[in-house]
Ligand binder design. Sequence first.
Ligand code: UDP
Ligand code: MG
Length: 312
Amino acid sequence: MAIKLAIIVPCYNEEEVLPETNRRLLEVLTRLQDRGAVTPDSAIHYVDDGSRDKTWPLIEALSKGDGRVHGIKLSRNRGHQAALMSGLLTVPGDALVSIDADLQDDVTVIEKMVDEHAAGAEVVYGVRDSRATDTVFKRNTALAYYGLMRKMGVDLVHNHADFRLMGRRAVEALREYGETNMFLRGIVPLVGYRAATVRYDRAERFAGESKYPLRKMLTFALEGITSFSVVPLRLITLLGLVISVASFLMILFVVYVTLVLQAVVPGWASTVVPIYFLGGIQMLSMGVLGEYVAKIYLETKRRPRFFIEATV
Ligand code: UDP
Ligand code: MG
């Protein structure tokens, strides 16, 4: 039975790639429609995340060119995840596929995702087989990060970014998650339902440059940890425990030296080193605590995630 498919593409300053992305996505859609897997009113939805270049006029033009092309314009730049959410929460369809605009993810894999969905999977994850095109730095930091997240008890699909298909039920479940700052690749596994994965080779960006500089990547990584794990807080407790035990042993030592040996422990180093050491540890712990407090502060304001300025 044919399903109504919607492909959601967040775009931030993507004028260089959009025409090609659109051409390839329409090809995929046409193929799916021809074999009766998706309905004729299945569509592509571009979300313009407050681009400063010609992305929006381009989307308008593309939508004039083909009735299956739709556009959502956000009122300003809100970031990749918010752009995705705006599409997921507003676009109709039995199944929604999210994919980046830059053609790093193989668009033909969407066909496999639709097949997996037809075979009963509610969520289909696109998983990168090779990261050969990523820089050594990005590959290793990603590897370390996925490992760290798993150690902290966060369920992430390895090497999966935001290229996935979600059935209507899974999408509706997303609405129940109230956080303003969504970290979708952590939330979606929490939703559950039957999941499948399809593998593909990640390509180089088709054109333009990454909208994720190191600074944004770090924020995103930190966001992921503090949104899903309290392990850093527990580590502080553990650290406190270890230092307390060590200090207690030290007390015994000092008492022994003073009462039994009738001697004095020499002063300067044994005073100054612990002061700096503990000062550092305490600041660090406060910083970690602060990250969580900041999170509470930002989330309790319950600020809206996005505003839609226009649609075509
Ligand atoms: N993107 C967005 N808003 C932003 C930054 C990026 O909508 O503030 C989109 C971007 O247009 C692309 C996707 O998110 O479709 C992924 O961004 P990018 O390819 O630059 O990230 P990378 O693949 O380098 O991690
Ligand atoms: Mg990319």
